[in-house]
Design a protein around this ligand. Structure first.
Ligand code: HEM
Length: 461
């Protein structure tokens, strides 16, 4: 029976009743796609092959360092039982130019964004000119090797093993180092200081069961994240996923100044001042959703995700807020993000060290203006209808979901000409006079599209 990607039920990956094709899918799928792999520490190696045959041998030689999605899920279960740590994550992605270099034809890949490569999509995405990207992204990136784990030591050891396998004809164009950022309570945050990585599409039965909600259904079918691997021995049982990588630099000082200026303009005083930033993001720094609360809920409260924007025309959470633009969740079972298959599995990591405390209220003047940001990564079954659609048709589109909404204040690219209005109190009726949008504080420094092939494909190289 072919793997059912559109099943209305989450995948019970450990069920004895699984059919042979689904079992083969799990044994050949890379980890970190269906469920996030621990990756507090990460190394991203961007590889260029001088010789195709050497490139094939290199990728094949990585397989013994890799594990399957099933092995990863078993490790997670074991960790939850006994706290026994799993093995490091090694992931491999190949770009369109990479496949060509390996001597493959890419005609069987259906995703046009992947087949163009990110550089040629820069107008669609309103990205900076390629010569303004960091140098290592300007070249021909053929493959990416991702190494991740809970601590730096196993990542360093695994990275050394990967580099030892690199043929002389290949070179590392560049490397990114991801380092998890945590607030005082130990929650994962991004550099503007907000809890991140909370809302995800969930595909697996055990994950969905652990997060059942009455207002938001976190379950999404596998069709949101898996794509048949067209070059594998059996594409009906061997799957992969498209990875988008974008290095997004954050000007933290400018964002903090924008929060302060907005709080002043809306007349927020004292304990209400954090409302301004929450109106830009859609959550307070500690993750409290603006849809549910007008003040950050007490520390120690689990970060809530059981909400939809039904019955909130924007008086609680502005329709322009980052999380509302990026996931409109009109009802429990969703709106466009489900109907159009837009939700992607975000698996990014922060980069860059700093000495200040990103979650506190210290003055904007003490904040970094560059050198820190997000290595945005997400898995898609279609880059065009998921990542690109979110960036282009939602974040960068001032008329989404309605005229006068403006750009996504966090990630929107392009001219922020449209004037916007904000609620002057949480859950009130009054709106501010139209005002300039907050300035763009996130800058794209480079990136690429990859396909994460099945292990069956890599073994056969
Ligand atoms: C530096 C860049 C970015 C920052 C600082 C940022 C920040 C955040 C934060 C704080 C959250 C809330 C945590 C959560 O609900 O999980 C979030 C959620 C989200 N972000 Fe971003 N993000 C960035 C880039 C992007 C990009 C490039 C996209 C897609 C094009 C994106 C799409 C999303 C989505 C889909 C959600 C979940 C919304 C939901 O389901 O409620 N983000 N982001």
């Amino acid at each position: 029976m072919p793997v059912n990607l559109s099943n209305g039920k989450p995948l019970a990956w450990d069920s004895a009743k699984l059919d042979a094709d689904t079992k083969a899918m799990l044994d050949n799928l890379q980890p970190n796609i269906l469920q996030a792999h621990v990756r507090e520490s990460m190394s991203l190696l961007l590889v260029h092959f001088g010789d195709g045959a050497d490139g094939r041998r290199f990728l094949r030689s990585l397989v013994p360092l890799m594990k399957s999605a099933r092995k990863h899920l078993e490790e997670v279960r074991e960790f939850n039982r006994s706290k026994k740590r799993g093995t490091p994550y090694v992931g491999v992605g190949i770009s369109k130019l990479g496949y060509l270099k390996l001597g493959e034809s890419t005609t069987k890949f259906t995703d046009n964004a992947f087949k163009s490569g990110m550089k040629r999509r820069k107008d669609t995405l309103s990205d900076p000119a390629v010569d303004a990207w960091e140098k290592h992204y300007q070249g021909e990136i053929h493959a990416i090797v991702l190494v991740g784990d809970a601590t730096p030591e196993p990542v360093a050891a695994t990275r050394t093993r990967v580099l030892a396998l690199l043929p002389k004809t290949a070179k590392i164009l560049g490397e990114e180092t991801g380092e998890g950022l945590r607030d005082a309570q130990g929650r994962g945050i991004e550099h503007f200081g907000y809890v991140d990585g909370r809302s995800q599409p969930l595909f697996l039965a055990d994950q969905v069961a652990a997060e059942s909600g009455t207002n938001w259904n976190p379950f999404f079918p596998l069709s949101h994240v898996l794509a048949a691997d067209p070059l594998a021995p059996h594409p009906s049982r061997h799957f992969g996923s498209y990875l988008v990588l974008r290095k997004l630099e954050q000007n933290v000082r400018a964002f903090r100044e924008a929060e302060e200026a907005l709080a002043d303009a809306l007349g927020f005083k004292g304990e209400d001042r954090p409302l301004a930033g929450a109106m830009l993001v859609g959550r307070f720094r500690n993750g409290t959703p603006l849809r549910l609360h007008g003040r950050p809920s007490a520390e120690g409260h689990p970060v809530q995700n059981d909400f939809s924007y039904r019955d909130d025309p924007g008086s609680r959470c502005p329709v322009s807020a980052h999380i509302r633009k990026a996931n409109p969740r009109d009802s429990r079972d969703g709106g466009l993000e489900r109907a159009l298959g837009v939700m992607m599995a975000r698996r990014g990591q922060t980069y860059g060290r700093r000495t200040d405390r990103p979650w506190d209220d210290a003055s904007p003047a003490t904040r970094p203006t560059g050198g820190v940001g997000l290595l945005f990564m997400a898995f898609n079954s279609s880059l065009q209808s998921q990542f690109e659609f979110t960036q282009q048709s939602w974040a960068d589109e001032p008329a989404f979901p309605a005229e006068g909404t403006g750009h996504d204040p966090v990630i929107g690219q392009g001219r922020r000409d449209v004037k916007v209005r904000f609620p002057t109190e949480w859950d009130g009726k009054k709106l501010s006079a139209p005002r300039q949008q907050v300035p763009q504080t996130v800058t794209m420094k480079g990136g690429e599209y990859f396909f994460m092939p099945s292990l069956a494909y890599l073994k056969g190289l």
